[in-house]
Design a binder for this molecule. Structure first.
Ligand SMILES: *[C@@H]1O[C@H](CO)[C@@H](O)[C@H](O)[C@H]1NC(C)=O
Ligand SMILES: *[C@@H]1O[C@H](CO)[C@@H](O)[C@H](O)[C@H]1NC(C)=O
Ligand SMILES: *[C@@H]1O[C@H](CO)[C@@H](O)[C@H](O)[C@H]1NC(C)=O
Ligand SMILES: *[C@@H]1O[C@H](CO)[C@@H](O)[C@H](O)[C@H]1NC(C)=O
Ligand SMILES: *[C@@H]1O[C@H](CO)[C@@H](O)[C@H](O)[C@H]1NC(C)=O
Ligand SMILES: *[C@@H]1O[C@H](CO)[C@@H](O)[C@H](O)[C@H]1NC(C)=O
Ligand SMILES: *[C@@H]1O[C@H](CO)[C@@H](O)[C@H](O)[C@H]1NC(C)=O
Ligand SMILES: *[C@@H]1O[C@H](CO)[C@@H](O)[C@H](O)[C@H]1NC(C)=O
Ligand SMILES: *[C@@H]1O[C@H](CO)[C@@H](O)[C@H](O)[C@H]1NC(C)=O
Length: 889
């Protein structure tokens, strides 16, 4: 039955034309018959090797046409980084523009000194990368013939069996990747509910291959093309890139420790940008606040509940008919929004709103300003390309256009004007995959927008709430009758090579990646559009969100020069961390999403170098519960970006809605705040060296195989092991303690880990289990506070957690917290060696805060021997943070 159907269909296909037949009749035999390439003209100067690669037989033309002439370029860039690039001799094939991802320079080291070695076979051409110290093979492309076609590249490497692989985001699959029958598709998309096994919002084609005592290495494919990366063990274990464009541009990172791979990756894509100190405060947001009074009420309620709210956010609700750069004149009148922002600022709090890339078509200034500067993407016939998003029919900025930055800066400067506009402190950018609600081919965006009800009618205007908002001035209060107010706010170089092979089908690659949205152009910007400068959306789709991020950062810096703009984006590409942070998109209020968020957070912070990351706490879609929200309030406090955000129509989930959640939040925020300088120091270190501020368990114990699959426990900074309860309604959790010394965070009790699982019982919903790793020194604020501004005035205390040999170390970075260029900083190292405490470093940052005391956890040393009882030894302060210090116990 099946066979008959297939052959009938085959006849139909052949009637449809040769392209269709080629795709449908394609089988593994065809791919196996691809001839590969042979290398000639090999030049090798000891640090750089080049060769010509020519098609080694009859073209197989599997998913396009085989390219006949390629060029191989191998560079020993540093002792730990090898670059292998294969591209077309004509340099027409698209390459990621340097303007979007600047390339690292090469030190041209001698191959003899390098940690990685490159070897190759001439014909059929294949190459291998080995770890020089052991000759262990890390990457070997002889696993299948290499295919380089107009719209398809296949490169397969063999791997050892059951490898430990991490990365290849963005995804919600297990943190340690599946290695059989597994496909990771990369094609950025608006992925409501962040479903497992599908392509999500961002593209990070880097993986970490962890081989226990043999070390860790990283492999980064610098490509913005749509792709499937297949990992399977049919015949033998392999990982295979299947891209629909671009070139082979691989960076091999030698490690050998996982954290060193992170740092080496940061050298390629750029080190993450430093964030403002206050950005680590607690943020509240939701989609569906009806008006400015709703927003104010939430601010007031947090204060009444005594939960430190640092920053209030507003989703698209503030916009007039959901148009970017407008305010709803009735629900969010400018004057009231300004009063709200002034109120927040007067209380050391902050305000953030969302901006989307899609601009409402016609009848608004953002549109006409953009038309005047010619910045919107166009169809091939020159007319503007239109889709449909929140405001109905929209156009989309072309981030490659030289006027777009000016356009964006102007819109920001006027709408977010501190004197007479919405004086935001940070920025939230969304929908930048880019999302388009109108399914391909979207031939009638107006009809579609109308049918889908965008923009919807705004909610009714408040008449008389009868509820004065506590703490806000009398003239701010919701009126008995709303005064109608008119909207007063706004009357207000390109390379010509490698921009893409001509003659391709830019709507439809014959190799179909497993895009969960179907066609490449579906629910996004059409892929056959040409950007300014000649590249096409087909090749640059995955860069859209990151280019918007960069443009938005520039616009924020222009409107508030010299200060660090916190920017959180949904769509990212490799290197986005150099400009922005990321929230994990539209998750759901379920325990599964709570659990998955941990691994995702680790990936972004530790693997992709986007450390300012966090999930929507308590979940975005669906309805949360008190127990889920309480646990998530504590978990979120131990991630970098800490924001409660909720979807339209879901039950309210501000932390004060339940007393248990309020208590959980107060407790967790108090701990987070006391540790804020510790984590800020770790972000600073990551921005300097790439060493991640969150560490998966295997980063700290790379030779302990039990840690490799662990994704529910992790290190917050180098010292604090976080072990959240992960099961619904449970008050116990099984945690892994490696063979090391630990201290209970709350009791300071010393615990000898011995590489086994331990069950913690009676963990209340208001608590999260925390342990301090032996060998660490932590500087904490002596007290918490209601805002980060107040927190900065608190003194410090220092906790010393000695390791098995009675030593410990730690560090503290201090600066003014908000300036891009810091006038003076302190970089302080702490050490402890068998009773001897020392503080060294530089002490440029002036502070009146002192170290009140130094406590050695778990027992005092006596006669050079360590006592294991739960005693503490204390050095009484004050110790000024102005110079070196040492003391003996
Ligand atoms: C190709 O081979 C794979 C694995 O052996 C198999 O699952 C798949 O069905 C084959 N595809 C075709 C078109 O024969
Ligand atoms: C690795 O292989 C090279 C070339 O065969 C050889 O010269 C070298 O001694 C080997 N190194 C180790 C550590 O085995
Ligand atoms: C492989 O995965 C696909 C889809 O994820 C599934 O349909 C198929 O059954 C799996 N095959 C095997 C052999 O597990
Ligand atoms: C990964 O493997 C797990 C465990 O075998 C399985 O439950 C899950 O469906 C797999 N996920 C994907 C995306 O293949
Ligand atoms: C490390 O390499 C050795 C020698 O190749 C091998 O026997 C061992 O299994 C490797 N260990 C791991 C964890 O991969
Ligand atoms: C586009 O996405 C919609 C919604 O998922 C789906 O129904 C439709 O089939 C897709 N269209 C194409 C051309 O892929
Ligand atoms: C969430 O709760 C609201 C209010 O009770 C209800 O209207 C809505 O259907 C619920 N949503 C889901 C997904 O259960
Ligand atoms: C968790 O507790 C809630 C409220 O008591 C209950 O409705 C739910 O069924 C429980 N879930 C499980 C998995 O026991
Ligand atoms: C926060 O403010 C409340 C009310 O003013 C006060 O009672 C509380 O002590 C403050 N908390 C901290 C940690 O400063």
């Amino acid at each position: 039955m099946l066979n008959i159907q297939l052959s009938i269909l085959g006849l139909v296909w052949s009637a449809l034309g040769s392209d269709v037949v080629r795709r449908q009749s394609l089988n593994n035999a065809t791919l196996d018959s691809c001839p590969g390439y042979s290398a000639s003209n090999v030049q090798n100067d000891g640090s750089r090797l080049t060769a010509d690669l020519s098609l080694a037989g009859t073209a197989c033309n599997a998913y396009g046409d085989d390219l006949t002439d390629l060029r191989l370029e191998v560079e020993y860039q540093t002792n730990n980084r090898l670059h292998v690039k294969i591209y077309d001799t004509a340099e027409q094939v698209y390459q990621v523009p340097e303007s979007v991802l600047p390339r690292p320079s090469s030190d041209n080291v001698d191959a003899i000194d390098a940690a990685l070695s490159f070897t190759y076979t001439k014909s059929p051409f294949s190459f291998a990368v080995k770890r020089a110290s052991t000759n262990e093979t890390l990457f070997d492309t002889s696993a299948a013939s290499f295919i380089f076609e107009t719209q398809y590249i296949r490169l397969r490497t063999s791997l050892p069996s059951s490898p430990h692989l991490y990365g290849l985001g963005e995804h919600t699959d297990p943190f340690q990747l599946n290695t059989t029958n597994y496909t990771r598709t990369m094609w950025n998309r608006d992925a409501y509910g962040t479903p497992w096994g599908t392509n999500l919002y961002g593209q990070h084609p880097v993986y970490f291959d962890h081989r226990g005592e043999n070390g860790t290495h990283g492999v980064f494919l610098l490509s913005s093309s749509g792709m499937d990366i297949k990992i399977d063990d049919t015949d033998s274990q392999f990982l295979e890139y299947n891209t629909i464009g671009g070139i082979v541009d691989l960076y091999f990172l030698a490690g050998p420790s996982p954290a060193e791979v992170s740092s080496q990756y940061a050298e390629v894509v750029g080190k993450p940008v430093m964030q403002p100190y206050w950005g680590f405060g607690f943020h509240q947001c939701r989609y569906g606040y009806r008006d400015v009074y709703d927003v104010a009420e939430v601010v007031a309620n947090y204060s009444i509940a005594n939960i430190p709210l640092e920053t209030m956010w507003t989703d698209i609700d503030y916009m007039y008919l959901r148009r970017v750069f407008t305010l709803d004149p009735e629900r969010f009148p400018l004057e009231k929004v300004r009063e709200l922002v002034n109120y927040l600022h007067a209380h050391q709090q902050h305000y953030v709103v969302m901006v989307d890339p899609a601009v409402a078509w016609k009848n608004n200034d953002a549109y006409s300003n953009g038309v005047n500067l010619d910045v919107f993407l166009k169809l091939l016939n020159g007319s503007e390309y239109r889709g449909a998003v929140w405001p109905g029919v929209t156009v989309f900025p072309d981030w490659f256009h030289p006027n777009t930055q000016t356009y964006w800066n102007n819109e920001f400067a006027s709408f977010f004007n501190a004197e007479n506009g919405v004086d935001i402190d940070a920025l939230w950018i969304d929908m930048n995959e880019a999302s388009n609600f109108c399914p391909f081919p979207c031939s009638d965006p107006e009809g579609f927008a109308e049918e889908s009800g965008n923009p919807p009618d705004p909610p009714p205007v408040r008449n008389n709430s009868g509820r004065p908002i506590s703490g806000f001035p009398a003239d701010f209060q919701p009126p008995g009758t709303t005064a109608k107010r008119s909207l007063s706010l706004r009357q207000t170089n390109q390379s010509t090579t490698a921009i893409g092979l001509p003659g391709r089908n830019l709507l439809d690659a014959e190799y179909m990646i497993h895009n969960a949205a179907g066609a490449l152009s579906n629910l996004t910007i059409r892929t056959d559009l040409t950007n300014y400068g000649g590249t096409s959306q087909y090749d640059t789709h995955n860069l859209y969100g990151t280019m918007m991020s960069t443009a938005s950062r520039d616009a924020m810096e222009a409107r508030r020069p010299g200060r660090r703009p916190l920017i959180i984006t949904r769509s990212t590409f490799a290197g986005a961390g150099t400009h922005v942070g990321h929230w994990l998109g539209d998750n759901l209020s379920t325990w599964e999403h709570y659990r998955v968020s941990i691994g995702e957070m680790l990936e972004f912070a530790a693997l992709y170098q986007i450390p300012m990351v966090g999930a929507d706490i308590c979940g975005f879609g669906d309805n949360t519960t008190d127990t889920l929200c309480a646990r998530w309030a504590t978990l979120g406090a131990f991630g970098p970006f800490y924001r409660d955000h909720n979807g339209y129509g879901s039950v309210d989930q501000e932390f004060y809605r339940w007393e248990s959640v309020a208590e959980a939040a107060r407790t967790a925020i108090a701990i987070r705040f006391r540790l804020l300088d510790y984590i800020y120091s770790h972000l600073w270190r990551q921005s300097k060296t790439g060493e991640p501020l969150l560490k998966p368990m295997f980063f700290q114990y790379p030779e302990d195989a039990n840690t490799f699959p662990i994704s529910y426990q992790y290190f917050y900074g180098d010292a604090i092991l976080v072990s959240p309860v992960t099961e619904e309604n449970s008050t116990s959790v099984s945690i892994y303690l490696p063979d090391d010394v630990f201290y209970d965070y709350y009791t300071h009790e010393r615990i000898e880990g011995n590489g086994s699982w331990v069950t913690l019982d009676n963990v209340p919903f208001t608590t999260i289990p925390l342990h301090i790793k032996g060998g660490s020194i932590i500087a904490l604020r002596a007290e918490s506070a209601n805002t980060t501004t107040e927190l900065r005035k608190q003194d410090f205390v220092v906790w010393v957690a000695p390791n098995a040999t009675n030593q410990a170390e730690g560090f503290l970075y201090l600066d003014e917290g908000d300036a891009i260029e810091q006038p003076s900083t302190s970089e302080i190292q702490f050490s402890y060696n068998d009773g001897e405490f020392r503080m060294t470093g530089t002490f440029g940052y002036e502070t009146s805060s002192v170290i009140k005391n130094v406590t050695v956890l778990g027992g005092a040393p006596s006669n050079g021997r360590y006592q294991t009882q739960s005693l503490s030894a204390t050095i009484d302060g004050p110790i000024e943070l102005t110079g070196e210090y040492s003391a003996s116990l």
